[in-house]
Design a binder for this molecule. Structure first.
Ligand code: C5P
Length: 243
């Protein structure tokens, strides 16, 4: 799947506690990155208005709220995400086939009704905070983590989802197990020059793209940089050198 230039593939995670800071960053970087990720923190503090304000400024939004509820509720939430004008949204694959199908269908229908582009609907497979032991002990899922991730990704595709959120280690495996055009969006990337923070199994943005990722999510390496624009440009350079 081709998603355009290197910078179009960069999703900047707005993991911040201030709407003013978030909007200032959007002003500064809207022409430098592809999308801005609005997650639970910013959304819980400032609501859908923060999404509207980012879009009004010309930024594209990945709404990272990982819906997980009964199909009817998730369908309605997905319709609202389309009305808000987000470019990407996501759900938990563990919500099941019918839930994912309802989300994808509702997003498609709402977009058609409004004459808007259909947003990319992604499924989160297994959270990377879970390991094989927690899968087995807590969720009583006995197959390997890899097989579970593959299974959920294939189910997501059958349900009409457009792609998955996946850790760098899962990209190659997923590319082999899903068919055709399927978006892979990957957090857990770190440029070679950046601190790892709490990320453990990381790849550089360039490695993630070479492995088959369509989008990479970057937060702290840019947010904490003294010169954020320069940090993004360094990432773009790294990505284009190897692509
Ligand atoms: O600051 P950093 O680059 O680590 O931010 C990465 C973003 O991606 C955060 O918003 C984090 O919640 C998200 N994420 C992640 N690892 C996952 C899934 C999501 O880091 N496995």
């Amino acid at each position: 799947m081709s998603t355009g230039s290197a910078r179009d593939r960069i999703v900047l995670a707005l993991d911040l506690d201030s709407d003013r800071d978030a909007l200032a960053i959007v002003d500064q970087l809207k022409d430098s990155v592809g999308l801005f990720k609005v997650g639970h923190q910013l959304f819980t503090a400032y609501g859908p208005d923060i999404v509207r304000r980012i879009i009004d400024k010309g930024g594209k939004v990945f709404l990272d709220l990982k819906y997980h509820d009964i199909p009817n509720t998730v369908a309605k939430a997905s319709a609202e995400a389309v009305k808000l004008g987000v470019s990407i949204f996501n759900v938990h694959a563990l919500g099941g086939f019918d839930m994912m199908k309802a989300a994808a269908q509702s997003a498609g229908e709402t977009a058609a009704k409004l004459g808007r582009p259909v947003p990319v609907a992604l499924a989160v497979t297994v959270l990377t905070s879970m390991d094989e032991q927690s899968l087995r002990r807590e969720l009583k899922i006995t197959r390997s983590l890899q097989r579970e991730v593959n299974h959920l990704a294939r189910m997501a595709q059958r349900a009409g989802m457009h792609g998955v959120v996946a850790s760098p280690q899962e990209i190659r495996m997923l590319r082999r197990s899903v068919r055709g055009e399927f978006v892979v969006l990957t957090p857990g990337v770190r440029p070679s020059w950046a601190a790892k923070d709490d990320q453990k199994r990381i790849m550089t943005p360039a490695e993630a793209i070479a492995s088959g990722a369509d989008y990479i999510v970057v937060g702290r390496p840019v947010l904490k940089a003294e010169d954020r624009k320069a940090a993004v440009e360094k990432i773009v350079q790294e990505m284009t050198k190897t692509s």
